[in-house]
Write a protein that binds this ligand. Structure first.
Ligand code: ZN
Length: 202
């Protein structure tokens, strides 16, 4: 899905209706920063906002996701493409999540096996040191890969404004977290809170 094109389309149809970003935001009970973000192509409206947004702009969801008014003739084809894109995005995110867990498990198993070898197998000191360095490198690389995959799998949901966003790596790594939530600063409203990790956009 072409976010830039969709953003420009939102801006154009909003202006056709003589609405400011603020007025559109108020009508949807969201911040004008969110509208500005969509229009800059930096994010798609959440699925729950799509129908009310399209109602105000007098377009169809299919028009919105295509980034232009779709003719009746093309309608079916575009609708199917748009649906497939949304599904693909969700699947991609699920795959990253699974990969992240697999990556973490493999790292733990590999590190444990190597520690056992380092502890119980007779080795010259130099080899033992090399092995320990190798274990440390494996652990760091594996954990890093798992973290990158997890951070990129889906979105984090702001507990205040319900916006979905993808944190930067440094925000992600620094954030105190539980299994399903992470302390992050919302990209939309700027508040900091425990944001829920959502793999699927819905
Ligand atoms: Zn927020």
């Amino acid at each position: 899905m072409d976010q830039i094109k969709i953003g420009k389309f939102i801006a154009d149809t909003r202006k056709e209706k003589n609405l400011t970003q603020r007025q559109l935001a108020d009508a949807l009970s969201i911040s004008d920063k969110t509208v500005s973000k969509w229009e800059c192509g930096k994010g798609l409206p959440e699925v729950s906002l799509m129908l009310p947004l399209c109602g105000i702009l007098e377009i169809t969801v299919n028009d919105l996701l295509t980034g232009e008014r779709v003719s009746q003739l093309e309608y079916q084809k575009k609708a199917e493409e748009n649906m497939m894109d949304l599904m693909k995005e969700n699947e991609e995110n699920k795959r990253r999540m699974v990969l992240s867990v697999v990556c973490g498990l493999i790292t733990i198993i590999a590190v444990c096996a190597l520690i056992v070898i380092a502890a119980y197998v007779q080795l010259p000191t130099a080899a033992r040191i090399a092995l320990i360095v190798f274990v440390a490198a494996t652990a760091v690389a594996g954990i890093w890969a798992a973290v990158v995959l997890d951070a990129r799998a889906g979105y984090f949901e702001c507990p205040y404004c319900k916006a979905l966003f993808v944190p930067t790596m440094s925000e992600y790594v620094k954030g105190y977290h539980t299994f399903t939530r992470r302390r992050l600063t919302c990209h939309q409203c700027g508040k900091t809170g425990m944001c829920r990790h959502r793999v699927v956009r819905s």
